[in-house]
Design a protein around this ligand. Structure first.
Ligand SMILES: [Mn+2]
Length: 316
């Protein structure tokens, strides 16, 4: 059993440690890398040794976060950020003990000594922001970029219902450290500009959406063949989980993404529908309106299984 901590207690704990390795999940997004590198920078500002680690390829579009001094050293403690389940760490040596997990998913299934879970916060970046404040570490341009990216990514650029007053108060403070007093220069590449190949890939997915329950459920399948066909990388497929949620009438968007040993299934749901409860049936989870689980097998069989389950439980 983990010791459950609040932000103040976690700050105290972080004050007491040195030589910290901060792990985040594989297939990293803006919240994962933004939070891990921000926490590393905060600890360094406190005079500690810290290093952010992701056991996966780091995406180019987040290079401004990870392309910093991040030297290796022997660690005393391991911290995970934005990791809902140990299995999401990727090729992580399970002999390693996790000292502290910092997360905002509905439940955190990480075997750790200490746990800080604040599921009311839209992004782990919001928690890291509060920790910086509690630790008395002053923000700077780099920390603001990391934390803004974390928060903007997990809220769909502040469009989702998880963006609260707290979210905006964090961002108001972060914006004071933005180079020209705004983050438009990050929003443009993160949310607006896309490579033409990615746009064609997305058009393909939209054209091939399948609908169930009178259009209330959409299903999109992203195989490696489709990815290759469009000359993009797997890392560039981020964000497509949201595509199937856009058609009018869709309450649940299901996206299958091919992995080495099966399919990662991502769900996005309207506020009245808890998709984390659906994913939990197959050992997954996440947030109420954004969750995932994993399946072995062929796409058609997986879709059948999920659709039958929704029918059987009378979810829609
Ligand atoms: Mn997150």
């Amino acid at each position: 059993m983990s010791r459950i901590l609040n932000i103040k207690e976690t700050a105290e704990l972080l004050r007491s440690v040195n030589n910290v390795h901060i792990y985040t999940h594989a297939h990293p997004d803006g919240d994962a890398l933004g939070s891990a590198y921000a926490l590393s920078a905060i600890l360094k500002k406190m005079g500690k040794r810290a290093r952010a680690i992701c056991l996966d390829t780091l995406p180019r579009y987040l290079e401004y976060i990870w392309n910093v001094d991040n030297h290796d050293f022997k660690c005393d403690v391991i911290v995970t950020v934005d990791v809902a389940d140990t299995s999401l760490l990727g090729n992580f040596d399970s002999d390693n003990k996790i000292f502290l997990a910092i997360d905002h998913h509905q439940s955190t299934r990480v075997d750790c000594e200490n746990l800080l879970n604040v599921s009311t916060m839209a992004a782990t970046g919001e928690i890291i922001f509060e920790l910086a404040r509690e630790l008395g570490v002053e923000l700077d341009g780099y920390l603001a970029e990391c934390l803004y990216t974390a928060i903007a990514t997990d809220t769909g650029c502040f469009k989702f219902s998880n963006a609260t007053e707290h979210t905006f108060s964090c961002v108001a403070e972060l914006t004071r450290y933005a180079p020209n007093g705004n983050f438009g220069y990050l929003n443009q590449p993160l949310f607006i500009t896309k490579p033409i190949n990615k746009m064609k890939f997305e058009s393909y997915l939209i054209a091939n959406l399948k609908f169930y329950f009178d259009g209330k459920v959409s299903v999109s399948t992203v195989t490696r063949e489709i990815i290759e066909m469009h000359h993009i990388t797997e890392a560039e497929t981020g964000g497509v989980e949201q595509l199937g949620k856009s058609p009018e009438g869709v309450e649940l968007a299901i996206t299958l993404k091919e992995r080495d040993d099966g399919f990662k299934v991502s769900m996005r749901s309207s506020d009245h529908l808890d998709c984390s409860a659906i994913c939990a049936n197959w050992g997954g989870g996440g947030h109420r309106s954004a969750s995932g689980c994993f399946f072995k097998g062929k796409p058609d069989e997986i879709i059948d299984t999920i659709i039958s389950y929704i029918k059987e439980k009378g979810i829609l």
